[in-house]
Each structure stands twice: as structure tokens, then as C-alpha cells.
Design a protein around this ligand. Sequence first.
Ligand code: PLP
Length: 420
Amino acid sequence: MGLKELLDELDDDLQSMKGQSLFRNLRRIDSPQSDKVTVDGRQYISLCSNNYLGLANHKVLKDASVTAIETYGTSASASRLMSGNMGLHEQLERVTAAFKQTEDVLVFNTGYMANTGIIQALASDTDAIFSDELNHASIIDGCRLSRAKVFIYKHRNTEHLRSLLLDASGYRRRIIITESVFSMDGDIAPLTEINSIAMNYDAVLIVDDAHATGVIGKNGRGSSEHYPHLNPLPEGEENSLPFKGRVRVGMGLFSSESQFITMGTYSKALGSFGAYIAGPAIIKKYLINKARPFIYTTALPPSVLAASIAAINLIQKDNSMLNNLWKNTMLFREKIKRLGFNTMNSETPIIPILIGSAEYTIKFSERLFQEGIFASAIRPPTVPDGSCRIRTTITAGHSIEDIEYCIGVFEKVGKELRAI
Ligand code: PLP
């Protein structure tokens, strides 16, 4: 097949996607990411970013990035195993380990790479992975890359997970993997039960905290703080880490009550970029040696690392953004539900508004856009067929007036399109 035939075939595919309302295109933002963004010269309320704490354009993060550029330049210039391992990488790992209260942390360039990296490093064709059916594409792709036998359990369904584990013996390792806050549904995994299943069935649990970091837990530390009993520091045990305070050692692998490893991102609530795996030091050492997305890529640049460090330091000093995030979330969800929209089982600032068909969801999103609200339509393959939705996300930066305005528009558009 020559290039012309290939292009004809691809064009046919694209036309068919258009016919099914599944074609995607990019919308360009000409302003910083904030509660309001500019598109084609007009300002819109942004209801679909992951900028939960409003840090993506925060002065403290920007200043830290600028200083890092002036001090260390613009690039790490090599992978970390070559000459790209800079002091800021290690500083970010120390700061994140303290924040997550784990023994150690390894920074990855993206959450996609962290998930594909850890799954592929820990599992191979002799192993079994148990994965929630709504897990993110990066987890799905990690499972595929690993060549392990993959068992998909029904969303948050611990009985189904248990029954799959019961039937799956003879594997070298058994790994359960779930998001804590589900990115498209905004619900939270029942980690207490999943953790005890992992322990009872001799499996290792990996938790994706991409949308939990900075968002859930009293201080925004994520799932281990949301479910504090999962990861207790053994009585009388002191940490061996170079910072003060009683911290949990080894993310539970040293405790009898928990055994999970966490992945998280700096790119969402923390307003920066990149990701991490938090857990026992030996996991870090192993990933440095085995995780291909860690090994074969240029390390994150100083500006990004400095912004991540600044974000973690900032949210540990100042709880007000987290408080605003939750206040805004409760207000918006309560009002949108009262209008009669189906927000599924959302418990977090991710508030899906279930519409159904792709065509109708696009129409809904376009009408919102005409009314000054940027909220994208989520369609297959991101979500299952027939469950297309407007995925709204509330941030600390939204004002009460903006939220009230959005509610008014959702009511108007919802009635117009007979969604409520
Ligand atoms: N895991 C989840 C649950 C996500 O929603 C995302 C989103 O992008 C990722 C992983 C990947 O993170 P990143 O954007 O840093 O690649």
C-alpha cells in the first residue's frame, strides 16, 4: 500500500468517526489555564480542566520555575540514568515522599509513563493483573505491554474482584490495580475492602492517585489520607527519613494492615507536570532498573520540577485552596442534581453529567460553549457506549457567581435539549 492509499483509508476512517459523532478535534486556549480561559478572543468559564486547586497559573509556582530556569537552565539534557539526574529531581522525590508519607518516591515524566512503567516492570506473562473496568487508558496500556493475564472486574465491585482472585491460581504474582478517584466518573474506589482482599488473597495493590493527589484526604495527600487506617505507621516505629514527624514507612509493605503502592501526578491538582510512584525504597530501585518509560526518556526539566516542589510546599502550608475546592464542589453538585441531572456516583470535584448518546452530548457541549462555558463532551472509547457525558470539574478558583451562572446555563440548555 502506498501513501495515497493509506491516506484514503485514514480519511474514510475519519469520515466514519464524524458520522458517529466520535471525531475529536483540538480547541486552542490563548490564556493561562485558570477558572476562565480565552478561546478565539472570548472568555469562557472553564469547567473541564484538572486544575483543581487553581495552581496552574499561581505566582509561587511560576516564580519557582523562573528561578529554576535561571539557576539550572531549561533542560535536563539526558535521561536520569545518563547525565540528566539533577538535584531538583531528588529534591522533588524527597518532598513527595514526605507529603505522601512513604519511604521513597520515583518521579516519572507523565502519569501515562508511570502507569505503563510500573505495570510492565512488575508483571509479565507469568502474572495476573486484576483491573477495574473503568481504569484509565494508561493502566490498560500498561497491562497490555506487560503481557500478563488481565482480569477485568466490574467497576468498584469487590465481590467480582474476590471471585476472580479465587479462580485465578498458579500465577507468580497477582496485582490489583485501581484508580482511587475515577477520572471520568468522579467516584472513589472502596479501597478498604480492596486492600483487605489484596491481603487475604496474597496480591499487591497499586492505586492510581492521579485525581486524588491534592484533592482527597484532610491535607490533600490522597487515598492513604482519605483512608488513614489503610496505611498506619506501626506503633513505636520511627521513620528513617530526613524530615520530621511520624511518617509511614514503606507504604504499608512493612505494616500488617496494608500493602499498596501509589501512583500520582503533579499535572492535575498540583498545577505542574509529571508523575510519581510512591512506596517502598526497593520498588524505586527496581523501577530505576526495569521501567522502560523511566529509563529511555529525557528527564523532566528544572522548571517543571521546581513548580512541583513549590506546589507541594504551598498546599502543605495553606489549606484554603483545598477548602474552597470542596466548598465549590458541594455547591455545584448539589445544585446540578437538584435540577434533575444524573451526576452518576460522583463524590469528588469530578462531576459527570450523564447525557447518553455521543451526538446529543456534543450538542449539549456546543450549546454550553455558545453560552460561555467550556465543558467538553466525553465519548467512547474514553467511556462506554451510551454513557457519553459532560465531564465537569470544579476548582478552587471558581467564584460563587460563576457557579451560579453555570447552573443557570445548565438549566436553560438542559430544558432546551430535554435532558431534564
Ligand atoms: N491516570 C489517570 C487516572 C488519569 O486520569 C491520567 C490523566 O491524564 C493519567 C493517569 C495520566 O497522567 P498524565 O496526564 O500525567 O500522563
